[in-house]
Design a protein around this ligand. Sequence first.
Ligand code: GLV
Ligand code: MN
Ligand code: MN
Length: 428
Amino acid sequence: MNADSHADAILAADPARIERALEDIARRSLPGAGITRWGYSQLEREAHELFAAHFRALGLECRTDAAGNTIATLPGTDPALAHLGTGSHLDSVPHGGRFDGIAGSVAAMEVARMLVHAGIRPRRSIRFVAFATEEGARFGQACLGSRMIAGLTSAEDLDALEDRDGVTAADALRGVGLDPACVHEARWHPGEVEAFIELHIEQGGILAASKTPIGVVDVISGSTRLAIDLTGTASHTGGTPMYQRADALAAAAAVVLTAERVANDNRHRGTRISVGKIDVEPGSITTIPGFCRVYVDVRDVDPRRQRDTANEVISAAHSIAQERGVGVTAKLLADTSPVTLPLAVQRHIVDAAASMGLGYRVMPSGASHDTQMIDRVCRGGMVFVPSLNGGVSHAPDEYSLATDIARGTDVLVRALLSIDAASESGWM
Ligand code: GLV
Ligand code: MN
Ligand code: MN
């Protein structure tokens, strides 16, 4: 069978296989609520090994690149053509869900299975990718594996990123058998890959509430992450009169509420901010907190508003610190711009959904994704599938139906094949 008969082929993702693969990967987790599978950990590597084993069983070549991304390739009939790609990530936030990243990785597994079992050889080779360490939860910087593919993170940058235990990203790579000095070898050069489409759960409740099976992402929000350090005076809770205090945590509380107020004001429709973590020292009930580090994450689809908002939070922190007699410094942990995804890829996804009679909605992504980075080296696209339980994500109650993921996978494979079937220059 060749590309011309793709339209006639029966390509239906199997929800039962998807369910089983999700279950297998979910078993690779630290104990505790939900899923904890840190980037560049042994558990993440085990999940990558499961991913790789699936493609090897299909007879495809599969390798781990210098950044720890796992990449299988279905060879196309024309080796001169740039490749297509699909995939997502396999790490999680602490106590996260079993679908974020995994749904898109399992969708890639299912796309390969369908094509191999249907005997379809596309003209373009297709890369199936599990990216390493997408979550910023460990090192502050998100999308490390895909950033290295795009040449956005270097070996020196890996030395500067640390997790909560002071382990650098470079050491974490060494810990799983990778050599940080070689990460430049992971780069995809412009022209190597034509288009990459990632399936992901929505991580919000819009598709489910509107009973829409497919989201087509037009913009992926940017993210600016700050560490704001507030230094007060640790002292005795009972002995220190209220007027003589410099309480770092009380100042931190004011910063949190100010950030929330900023995101809710009229100029910030669409801005999202949270303080997801605060370090408090000395962390004793009987001592006034002498030091706090407040971690602020600003998300926006508008790059200027994103940076202006981060600056507004920093200047508010300075005013609060001055009023309260505490010291303040702010450090930029990570800064990624929003990305507008090319209309051409959106159109192929829309046409694929329409050809199946499925409703779709073009929508922004509030979350960061590997496609944001990969779009630097090829044309990126994203298919969203509904998140249930009110859209909760990065939490144990994250839930999507295998049947919804299967429908998204059916759209994904058709969009890839329609790009493959289009003329080299005519598809975009
Ligand atoms: C990635 O999951 C993010 O934090 O947006
Ligand atoms: Mn994700
Ligand atoms: Mn995530």
